[in-house]
Design a binder for this molecule. Structure first.
Ligand SMILES: [Zn+2]
Ligand SMILES: [Zn+2]
Length: 227
């Protein structure tokens, strides 16, 4: 079943026809969610309960810190640390003892390092994006065309798209979907190779005076595609 909000966001990202549309969509959703938890959501008890419990991974802590809104961040981290103290030091030791069980302490740290509120939210969002994207591909001819007009899908998202097509599409549609994705990426990789090749040649004195053509940012584009 299509969820309107995701269909709109997917079509917006695909309409740009520049770069990997799933990367763009993911970045947009991540930015919206970061602003949300540093804004109104920070005081919502249900969300606060989750951020207290899960905390944040290194990357997302940096994202939150870079957003520059330090008061809500400080409030959120303060109650998260109180909960972390309880879990790491009080629950791993017998009552009235300061000495934790080493095995329990290690387990508590290991669980803490694996959980991140924003990573969990992004995981939920991306599942819904991929589900809705397959639904659109199945039911909307215009979207099928838009899908075929993309510049490329990065390696990470190509894999996610192929996984989703296995889950949500019928055999015939899945074959068409895979063929379209492969054709788009084959074209892109060939062009990348040409541009990288020309980029390298430009360092040879014999080509020094020639035009850069599309090669100037070829290493950046190749890195984006592969990462
Ligand atoms: Zn991507
Ligand atoms: Zn994270």
């Amino acid at each position: 079943m299509a969820e309107k909000i995701y269909s709109i966001k997917i079509k917006e990202a695909f309409s740009a026809k520049k770069g990997c549309p799933i990367c763009a969509l993911r970045a947009q959703l991540e930015q919206d969610e970061t602003e949300r938890i540093l804004g109104a959501s920070m005081m919502e008890p249900d969300i606060r309960k989750e951020t207290n419990r899960k905390g944040f991974c290194k990357n997302h802590l940096q994202t939150l810190f870079a957003a520059g809104n330090k008061l809500p961040l400080a409030l959120m981290l303060s109650t998260h640390l109180a909960e972390a103290e309880e879990r790491l030091f009080k629950k791993t030791a017998a009552p009235f003892s300061k000495n934790p069980d080493p095995k329990k302490l290690k387990e508590a740290y290991s669980t803490a390092r694996k959980s991140c509120y924003l990573c969990s939210r992004m995981g939920e969002f991306m599942n819904r994006v991929l589900d809705n994207l397959c639904y659109l591909y199945q039911t909307d001819r215009d979207f099928q065309k838009l899908f075929e007009e993309q510049e490329y899908f990065c390696e990470t998202h190509s894999l996610r798209l192929l996984d989703a097509s296995e889950k949500y599409l019928g055999k015939k549609e899945r074959a068409a979907f895979s063929a379209a994705l492969a054709e788009i990426n084959r074209r892109y990789i060939q062009k990348l190779q040409e541009d990288l090749d020309w980029f390298c040649k430009k360092f040879d004195y014999r080509y020094e005076k020639e035009d850069w053509k599309d090669a100037k940012d070829a290493p950046e584009r190749a890195t984006r595609y592969l990462s």
